[in-house]
Ligand binder design. Structure first.
Ligand code: MN
Length: 235
């Protein structure tokens, strides 16, 4: 078969622990879709003006070609004056399916990474007000900085641990994975009731309180205890 234009390369993330039993040298994790959970930490739901009652989680997507490796420069995006960071634990699926039960969910997880759900908050806010889709606020170029993926065989399935983000060394977001309203297995259960999940899907699991704006020249550093740390410079 011949394509009429050059087909895109498969978006992917590096795999950490190169040379481990799980991954050969230079191994990459191919990314099919990026799903993101919204408002999954009570304190963040409150700061965004919502009641953090345990209503079912909701999801949106970013495009896999929006991934930006940790250590890269994040170009301040067009059309916004209020670009926010959201530090998140990302879960990388090695197996797919639909209607996956929470009890079976972790068998579908290949590994974990630390990501930033970069958000044009002004455009997202305008969309919310008008009842319009969120893509302009959430799914722009480079909007998904992310570390390499760490095999679950190496880092386990983190259910607690510090999650934080600092700007220019000053801590702005601070939380613990055990404060998630919906756990990783529960998120997979709910998401797989809506979509057929597949190997290569990456799920951003929500952000703790303290989100805020960045400016050109800022350096964002953050991490999830026991998983990895990310560093991104805004240019
Ligand atoms: Mn988010």
């Amino acid at each position: 078969m011949e394509y009429v234009i050059e087909p895109l390369a498969t978006p992917s993330l590096a795999v950490a622990g190169v040379g481990s039993a799980d991954a050969g040298e230079g191994a990459r994790f191919p990314v099919r879709r990026i799903y993101c959970a919204g408002r999954n930490y009570a304190a963040h739901a409150r700061e965004m003006g919502h009641d953090p009652a345990r209503e079912p989680p909701f999801f949106f997507q970013k495009n896999p070609d929006a991934l930006l490796p940790s250590g890269s420069k994040f170009p301040y995006p067009a059309a916004s004056r209020d670009v926010h960071f959201e530090i998140e634990l990302a879960c990388a699926l090695g197996k797919g399916g639909s209607n996956i039960s929470a009890a079976d969910a972790l068998d579908h997880v290949w590994g974990y990474a630390v990501g930033l759900d970069m958000t044009r908050r002004d455009l997202q806010g305008a969309a919310k007000k008008l009842g319009r889709p969120w893509e302009a606020g959430k799914a722009f170029e480079h909007s998904a900085p992310c570390t390499p993926v760490h095999p679950a065989g190496a880092v386990g399935h983190p259910g607690e641990g510090r999650i934080w983000l600092a700007v220019n060394g000053e801590v702005r977001q601070e939380g613990n994975l055990n404060e998630m309203i919906w756990t990783v297995p529960e998120i997979i259960e709910q998401l797989s009731a809506l979509f057929t999940l597949a190997p290569g899907d990456l799920i951003f699991t929500g952000t703790p309180a303290g989100v805020g704006a960045i400016e050109r020249g800022d350096v964002m550093t953050g991490g999830v205890e026991g998983v990895d740390e990310i560093e991104i410079e805004v240019v």
